[in-house]
Design a protein around this ligand. Sequence first.
Ligand code: SAH
Length: 255
Amino acid sequence: MTGKVYLVGSGPGDPELMTVKARRLVDEADVVLHDKLPGPEILESIPEERREDVGKRAGGEWTPQEYTNRRLVELAEEGKTVVRLKGGDPFVFGRGGEEAEHLAANEIPFEYVPGITSAVAGPGVAGIPVTHRDHTSSVSFVTGHEDPTKEESAIDWHALADTGGTLVVLMGVGKLPMYTEELRSAGMPPETPVALVERATWPDQRVATGTLETIVDVRDEEGIDPPAITVIGGVAASRGRVEAFLQNGRNENER
Ligand code: SAH
């Protein structure tokens, strides 16, 4: 009997932000395939003998996607119940789409289990609503780190600047200088508020704020590292208005 694969979103990292279904599936699975993005607390809650890390390997290399795909099929063909646990939502920049297609092509039954995406929750825990009636009626989710084998950027930063809406950039720590410059050259005002939310909902969550002009320096001074969300637009200034009463940060490191 072929097993089944669940493509499960873990949410941004706080174990209490996993769905009830995600928690149950993780607890019942024969094997959980994961990377580091679900965060330390969720990963530690899974017994080591039932989990396999398919994220960064010891040498700093990524496990090839082909290996993960093959492993999912192999385990299901052994009759196992497999959870492929992904940070946030599996279908938001998580390669969940590729895995679903690979499973279907190999006739493996699978189920998608949505999770709370960091693209919305990351700004939110910093006091930043991704939409706000007074500031913006649209939001774009963008990757800051495209497939390096692509010759030209598929992202039209000028068109994104023209939307006038909130921009939420995932995987956008390294390329921050590139796209803040692109947005400025597209005419986005240098004083546009920007926030970086590092390890949102993890025990050591940090938030750093600045403007399109200053945020690269802020990133460097604060030493902001991935995983972090960049949120650009008028809504990022909301933080300043609610911060004094916002209780989401779990430590004192916030700026
Ligand atoms: N599927 C995930 C996104 C995967 S892409 C989701 O829906 O959240 C990986 C990127 O997600 C990271 O580079 C970072 O930009 C973002 N990310 C995921 N979890 C995060 C967290 N807890 N805090 C901040 N950023 C996070």
